[in-house]
Design a protein around this ligand. Structure first.
Ligand code: PMV
Length: 342
């Protein structure tokens, strides 16, 4: 049994370049995805294990976010705990409190499920380490991602940093549907100091959750083409990482982002997460790129916010564009400056 007390971990957010959209079985992806790990946007979590007076077969826990009790966070965490119960059977022997906070602003519209589930999975793994003291480092890295995946698919790419691949692919050695792996090939220097500036178009809660969106891929008219497209894009991005071709990179990530949203718009029921200001920003980036040839592109996750990706060498030009134009399309003119380390 792990000891009573406090287990702490943190995990970063990530932004997918080739997107995961659609799942089967127990949180298994229908296509391979790859993401950059962010550095500033993180979740920090503490799990306090407390004594349970009467033994029963239930999970007893509370969740606090920024020190406020959050009963509405419990259902998703309970689903996660049920899924990982066979790997962490000791959890029902304790009462526990989960205390969590994000380094990015609350309600920024940034999905915290990846960093949140990854941080929680790492806390639970620490408890396991407390029981089995000599677990190997490789095993711990894999298991953290494996557990995190059962909380949220994209969380499997948030436990260990870097450029991460999740989902089996014939061109990526050792890739797995069960956990994320470090991208195993050489990456051109052009990608080694990338910036991600997140333009906060909408800081509210999104209308349609990712779980609903993933499920709508089951009867989607374009599902099989989309899964093939994503797998082909993995091949393409591999070649781009080798050659360092920034314009092809931009073309690919924008194509992926728009394909993801096209799936949403053509689901039944169909839905739309982009907003008018998302499109204003996209058009402004395209105009800026045409005019200046600056290598800056956008990607989107399941929401209205826009991630601008560009090499550090273009930072001052892109920040000027944001200050002069793009921030006026953001709620409260807010954006978050983050960067990628690979
Ligand atoms: O991990 P989920 O279930 O929140 O799904 C994430 C889906 C996208 O962010 C849209 C794409 C991705 O690969 O991260």
């Amino acid at each position: 049994m792990p000891k009573l007390g406090c287990y702490k971990a943190e995990a970063p957010s990530n932004i997918a370049l080739v997107k995961y959209w659609g799942k089967h079985g127990e949180q298994l992806p229908t296509n391979t995805s790859i993401s950059f790990t962010l550095n500033e946007c993180k979740t920090k979590t503490e799990v306090h294990l407390l004594e349970k007076i009467e033994a029963d077969d239930q999970f007893h826990f509370e969740v606090y976010f920024n020190n406020y009790l959050k009963p509405d966070f419990k259902p998703k965490i309970k689903t996660f705990l049920k899924r990982i119960e066979i790997y962490a059977p000791f959890l029902k022997s304790f009462k526990f409190e989960i205390r969590t906070q994000n380094t990015f602003p609350h309600s920024s519209g940034i999905a915290s499920s990846a960093s949140g589930m990854a941080a929680l999975a790492k806390c639970i793994l620490q408890m396991e380490q407390n029981i089995f003291v000599d677990l190997q480092e490789d095993f711990l890295v894999q298991k953290a991602s494996f557990l995190a995946r059962l909380g949220s698919g994209s969380a499997s790419r948030s436990t260990n940093g870097g450029l991460v691949v999740w989902g089996e692919h014939s061109s990526i050695e050792n890739s797995s549907n069960f956990y994320g792996i470090d991208y195993p090939y050489e990456v051109h220097d052009n990608f080694k100091s990338f910036c991600d500036t997140i333009l906060l178009v909408d800081q509210g809660k999104k209308e349609v959750s990712s779980s609903v969106g993933h499920n709508l891929m089951h009867n989607h008219p374009f599902a099989s083409q989309r899964f093939k497209q994503a797998d082909d894009n993995i091949e393409k991005i591999k070649a781009i990482f080798e050659s360092g071709d920034l314009m092809s990179f931009i073309n690919l990530i924008e194509f992926e982002a728009l394909s993801l949203h096209a799936m949403m718009m053509t689901s039944q029921p169909y839905f739309l997460l982009m907003q008018p200001n998302t499109l204003e920003i996209i058009n402004a980036i395209w105009a800026f790129r045409k005019e200046t040839q600056t290598p800056v592109g956008f990607t989107l996750d399941a929401g209205a916010n826009v991630h601008l990706l560009y090499p550090k060498s273009s930072e001052s030009k892109v920040l000027d564009l944001i200050e002069q134009k793009l921030k006026y399309f953001c709620q409260n003119q807010s954006f978050i400056k983050d960067y990628v380390k690979i």
